[in-house]
Design a protein. Structure first.
Length: 196
């Protein structure tokens, strides 16, 4: 089973992926926790780029790099873990490309189509949503590095607007403004329902 957590920077995805993996493990379901950008060569290149001063790549070039990183991710981590019968939980997946590169003017539906040609569709996608003010406040609180070029407020508001347009039975919007335990409980309930 493949589960993706999505949402704007500051929504709490990383905390929630960890809580979900721990809760599944406690119920005897082995889970693999993974994330994008990956630790592979394209992922490392992307992190350096995002931490840089300027967003000098074109939207198409960004999309190409994130897609290359995702191909590595699917081939090296996701597909083997699914084949081994594990639950895979990924912190960001191709909906991030649709939302973030879509917010730069590319067509989100086209981006999803490019990805679904090689990347398995998740059984569940949780889109964590909270107001931009709250997301930015959280980013400021936990900031250990200078803001990434992808964290500019005007840009994140466009990203959130694209996330709002996604539709599908496998997509679940979760209000992420409450305490982490409350958000977790909602995510876990939906996941356990699905597993039964
Ligand atoms: P992020 O989750 O912030 O990683 P970390 O917490 O390790 O810094 O991801 C980095 C940024 O990359 C984030 O702002 C979203 C952006 N991103 C895209 O623009 N497109 C994509 O396809 C992905 C996966 C991420």
């Amino acid at each position: 089973m493949l589960i993706a957590l999505e949402g704007v920077d500051g929504a709490g995805k990383t905390t929630q992926t960890r809580l979900l993996a721990a809760a599944l493990e406690a119920r005897g379901r082995a889970a693999v926790l993974t994330r994008e950008p990956t630790e592979g060569p394209h992922g490392r290149q992307l992190r350096r780029y995002l931490a840089g001063r300027t967003r000098h790549l074109s939207p198409e070039e960004e999309l190409e790099l994130f897609t290359a990183d995702r191909r590595d991710h699917v081939r090296e981590t996701i597909a083997p873990a699914l084949a081994a019968g594990l639950v895979v939980i990924t912190d960001r997946y191709y909906y991030s490309s649709a939302a973030y590169q879509g917010a730069l003017g590319l067509d989100p539906a086209g981006i999803i189509a490019i990805n679904e040609a090689f990347a398995p569709r998740p059984h569940l996608v949780f889109i964590l949503s909270l107001s931009l003010e709250r997301a930015l406040a959280r980013l400021r609180e936990k900031r250990q590095h200078a803001p990434q070029v992808s964290e500019a407020p005007d840009y994140l508001s466009k990203v959130a607007a694209v996330y709002d347009t996604f539709q599908g039975d496998h997509l679940h919007r979760v209000d992420a403004s409450g305490p982490p335990e409350a958000v977790h409980s909602r995510i876990l309930t939906i996941t356990l329902d699905f597993l039964q």
